[in-house]
Design a protein around this ligand. Sequence first.
Ligand code: AOF
Ligand code: ZN
Length: 366
Amino acid sequence: SFRTPAPEHFTAAEILGMETALSAARQGVRSSNPLVGAVIIDADGTFLAIGYHKGAGTPHAEADVINRLLGTGVKRDLSAATLIVTLEPCSHVGRTGPCTQAIIDAGIGNVVYALPDPHIPAAGGAQILHNEGINVRMGLMAAEAEDLNRRWFVAVRENRPFITARLAQTVDGRIAAVDGTSQWITSQESRQDSHELRARVDAIVVGTGTVMADNPRLTARAADGSDAEHQPLRVVMGKREIPADAAVKGVSGTPSSPDRLGDEDFLALRTHDPAAVVRELHGRGVGHLMIEGGAMINAAFLAQGLVDELVVYLAPTLLGSGIPALTDLGIGTLEQAQRWEWDATTTGPVEILGPDLKLTLMPAKA
Ligand code: AOF
Ligand code: ZN
């Protein structure tokens, strides 16, 4: 990627510009694309325009801010102006773009960006701008820009979906009693929060054992029981045949909306290998998947390092026996323990949901 001299020398206006660009980026909707914001400032630091990317398929932040400033066809000397953007300007023609060309066409003399674009087809924009004689610097507020699109960066760099594992358990780590009963360990508030998580992911994975034990629908539902607008792909993994009338297949005809659930929303993958499941779903365009158990599936993904985020609903309940949230992770001594840490980018390390606690964790940095 593009290298520049050490990024110490940013002006106060550039720092304020990047802060503003980061806030503007947050106005976009979470989609398969990153959140990106951009600002144009004059040589004296005056703000000229603010723009952002509204979501997949819409103009990129750079095109948006340039359009806001210049409208269509207006000419203006921007050779002393600086475009400040939270991600390296793209170099490719995807659904829109390239932003490099929009910047060159606008005659903008200076570009400051936070982080390189890890998406290979889009990368290399800084070098193109530099070759055009534009003064390009990177690295301003890189950590904040990384946090803004943490899930997207993980997915692009790892070349796979971002993976959340959701656990709903007692304080002693049980997800069901000895007789298999599990409805409900966590509160109504926690379960509603889970439905909101489902509505934000592209796919949900459970094992055949969970289908047999709980017969879940795996749909995202509102508090009144109606289906959320966005429904994840429902995936069952494992070698066992699941019943023809399993609710997850969407053929059980729930009274609310029996015909909204078609076969195309459901997928059975006859494998126990998490990597194979991840590969298959990546190929189908899944950018964020959530694992909802059971114990073997959770452990299989965790043991292979295929969990980027743990969401744990902790009920103030004890079972003492019963089914644990995880089977063996292959850990024999404390030194091998998996260490996780609070996700500082969420609203707080712990949320309170009725009587339960919700923890959002990410792998601890080494
Ligand atoms: C930018 N500015 O505001 C965004 C960028 O499918 P497309 O054409 O929208 O391209 C998506 C890719 O472009 C995305 O994966 C990322 O690499 C980059 N996103 N780039 O210069 C923007 N949203
Ligand atoms: Zn672009």
